[in-house]
Ligand binder design. Structure first.
Ligand SMILES: Nc1ncnc2c1ncn2[C@@H]1O[C@H](COP(=O)(O)OP(=O)(O)OP(=O)(O)O)[C@@H](O)[C@H]1O
Length: 297
């Protein structure tokens, strides 16, 4: 049962926050959604999950439009961390609500996870700490048994041990092959360790859909040193310069072919060295603009 997002478009205050976004997700994947603050990650999740009406485009599950079919909507779960409507309820009252909304809600798993993380069933959520609330929303999501779990900044505010536990819960869920997990996060280093794929948003568009394994084999990050401060044209055309420090430049080449390697060699750098490439590098390479370079330098 694949989830297909077709030309999803959402205007907020007249601004095209999502502009014809299309992608599909097969069961069993863990996908990261990355982009700068305010780019529309939360809006994307809210629109896919029917909290916002679309201005154009559709969300299809098994070739059927999700918004028309309440039964299909139970295959999607998005616990909006900014939503305050549950704050006055106890964890147990929220469980009851979820049981009604999700017929397959796993009560046994819910009880086990709440006990494991010492989350009190009868305490109002507004009295949970930020970390407790974050953990609670993830437990709720996992227990819906929905096929597609959307998590917005799930690691935010959680301590390192809980973050590790959360990630292992999510990996286990995806490993069953039944569930896909879509995570919006700025925590790129941690995200990189668990995701198979990264969707990068910029200016309302999906600008990259990276399979991480393919990306690792095709892309390169290279430190180059030239005699003078001029960056050769071939480097500028084919690479993203992520840092410049005097005569030392660090460049990410997303499509590093033998022909490109030869062309770089021909520019006669006095030194070149391959550096480990991370998701953070791809983020910097694609989403840093000139203003940011001024701030960074
Ligand atoms: N309900 C709303 N009313 C008005 N503007 C909104 C609303 N929701 C989102 N926006 C605007 O839409 C844009 C996208 O916001 P969104 O929260 O989706 O971004 P984001 O990528 O999740 O950001 P962050 O990484 O900071 O969480 C922002 O400019 C935001 O101000």
């Amino acid at each position: 049962m694949s989830l297909v997002i077709q030309n999803l478009t959402k205007l907020i205050d007249g601004h095209q926050t999502l502009d014809a976004i299309s992608f599909s997700i097969a069961p069993g994947q863990i996908i990261g959604v990355i982009g700068r603050n305010g780019v529309g990650k939360t809006t994307l999740f809210r629109t896919i999950n029917g909290q916002y009406l679309t201005d154009a485009g559709t969300v299809l599950l098994d070739n059927q439009v999700v918004v028309d079919q309440p039964a299909l909507r139970t295959q999607l779960s998005f616990v909006d961390p900014q939503a305050n409507f549950f704050r006055g309820a106890t964890a147990q009252q929220v469980q009851w609500y979820y049981q009604a909304a999700y017929p397959d809600f796993d009560n046994a798993k819910f009880t086990t996870l709440l006990e494991r993380y010492h989350l009190p069933l009868n305490r109002k959520l507004r009295h949970f700490s930020k970390g407790m609330f974050g953990l609670f929303t993830i437990i709720l999501s996992v227990c819906t048994q929905a096929q597609y779990l959307f998590l917005d900044e799930p690691l935010d505010g959680l301590d390192v041990l809980i973050r590790k536990n959360i990630l292992s819960i999510l990996i286990d869920e995806a490993a069953t092959g039944q569930r896909s997990i879509i995570i919006a996060s700025h925590n790129l280093a941690e995200l990189e360790g668990v995701i198979d794929r990264a969707l990068m948003l910029k200016d309302g568009h999906l600008i990259h859909d990276y399979e991480l394994e393919t990306m690792r084999s095709q892309a390169r990050k290279i430190q180059l040193v030239y005699r003078d401060k001029k960056i050769p044209a071939v480097v500028q055309q084919h690479g993203h310069v992520v840092s410049v420090s005097g005569r030392i430049i660090v460049v990410v080449f997303e499509d590093y072919t033998p022909a490109l390697a030869a062309a770089i060699e021909a520019t006669q750098p006095v030194f070149q060295e391959r550096l480990p490439l991370s998701l953070t590098d791809l983020f910097m390479a694609n989403l840093t603009d000139e203003q940011d370079f001024e701030l960074l330098s």
